[in-house]
Design a protein around this ligand. Structure first.
Ligand SMILES: [Zn+2]
Length: 407
């Protein structure tokens, strides 16, 4: 939801321009601040920002997308398993035509993944079906020190120049194995009947696998342990695989909501309803809405404003209303994970505004929920796990140090 000031909006940001009475009421009743969700040295990806919000130190837990993909589809990783995101991509001779093969149904992808597993799978090599063009490749005993390029960064570029390579001598064997798998997949896929069918229908062919984002099982202490006095049971509600994966490692169960698409047309009210239902038995719900981010990627100003207003009306509104009559006190926090400025159409690492409210909190002077107003919030600029500690209101946890080797 976070964005820059826009001339088309008379110099306002989208959060300032949008009609968001519930956001503003939460800011008025509670306290605001800014949160750095992308630590120096990390890229502003959704996986970095969301796990930072939950208080995880990226220097300790960051392992790339592969292991999150694994958690999202329920694949348990052993300690020596290297998990890589495995895209299906379309090639056009020497060029990478498409990082996602255009439209690819999961059912069709599943046929191809099973075929690759049959032909290329081994004791060490395992392919798993994910969703659409996004799949998982696990290499037993693989080394993670690889130089990989996300395929969405190189559309129309000569793909051979971006082929993965070893980033350290000990990873050379893994890089050779993966390179071999990529080339073998190209031969196998080229002659698969499904591709003949796709070409006939004018669709982009499924030309190759593209492994990237490799890492090991992250050493994340579950929130149910770190905040054991506040959270016995918790859930995550999201349409995004990566965030579902973070939730799993964080000890949260995933709740699927019918009609949750990850796009502007998602089932906002259904998500709020699912969160309130979960809170009857759970102590914590992480409700994630991707819609505004996607509108940002598409550069759609009016659509992004609409998404923000929908979150206000159909999600925060009903949750605040329910909080008034809930049979135990509810704490509510509102925040974006990272800015996706319309002008840039990609993420930035700037601090984001947040608001926290719980019964008995002493409000600060902030009256609206937006990027400028949050600068005057009484929390100031937070980083690392200061946000989640403030939200949990647990002084004990502030002095608890995390020993990653135990978990
Ligand atoms: Zn995004």
């Amino acid at each position: 939801m976070a964005d820059w000031h826009h001339e088309a909006l008379g110099g306002q940001t989208l959060l300032q321009h949008a009609h968001t009475p519930n956001f503003d009421r939460l800011a008025r009743m509670g306290r605001c601040g800014l949160l750095r969700t992308v630590a120096d040295g990390f890229h502003p990806g959704s996986e970095v920002a969301n796990s930072s919000i939950l208080g995880y130190d990226q220097h300790l837990v960051y392992e790339g997308r592969g292991p999150l993909e694994a958690a999202s589809i329920g694949v348990e990783l052993a300690d020596d398993d290297l998990a890589l995101r495995c895209n299906f991509v379309s090639l056009d001779g020497n060029l990478l035509r498409n990082h996602s093969c255009g439209r690819l149904e999961t059912e069709d992808a599943d046929i191809l993944i099973k075929y690759l597993q049959e032909e290329l799978g081994s004791e060490r090599v395992h392919f798993y079906t994910g969703v659409q063009y996004r799949h998982l490749l696990v290499i037993k005993g693989g080394n993670k020190h690889l130089r990989c390029t996300p395929p969405h960064d190189i559309p129309g570029k000569p793909w051979r120049e971006y082929m993965l390579s070893a980033d350290a001598p000990e990873a050379e064997e893994t890089a050779r194995l993966l390179t071999e798998l990529v080339y073998k997949s190209q031969v196998l896929l080229k002659y698969h009947p499904l591709n003949a069918q796709r070409l006939e229908q004018g669709q982009d062919p499924v030309s190759s696998i593209w492994p990237w984002g490799g890492g090991y099982r992250p050493q994340m202490m579950p929130l149910t342990e770190r905040f054991s006095s506040q959270i016995q049971r918790g859930s995550v509600i999201t349409a995004v695989d990566l965030i579902r994966g973070i939730g799993r490692y964080a000890g949260l169960k995933t709740i699927d909501v019918v009609g949750a698409t990850g796009l502007w047309d998602t089932n906002y009210a259904g998500k709020a309803h699912a969160a309130l239902e979960a809170l009857k038995t759970d102590d914590f719900v992480y409700l994630h809405v991707e819609a505004a981010d996607e509108a940002g990627h598409d550069g759609e100003l009016a659509l992004k404003i609409q998404c923000i207003e929908n979150i206000d009306k159909y999600i925060l509104g009903p949750i605040m209303q329910a909080a008034e009559v809930f049979d135990e006190p509810l704490s509510i926090a509102l925040l974006p994970d990272h800015p996706t400025p319309i002008d840039l159409r990609t993420h930035t690492a700037e601090p984001i505004p947040f608001a926290i409210w719980y019964p008995g909190i002493t409000p600060d002077a902030v009256e609206t929920f937006d990027e400028d107003a949050a600068c005057h919030g009484s929390y100031g600029l937070l980083e690392n796990d200061q946000f989640i500690l403030a939200f949990m209101q647990d002084k004990k946890t502030e002095i608890q140090t995390y020993q990653p080797e135990i978990y």
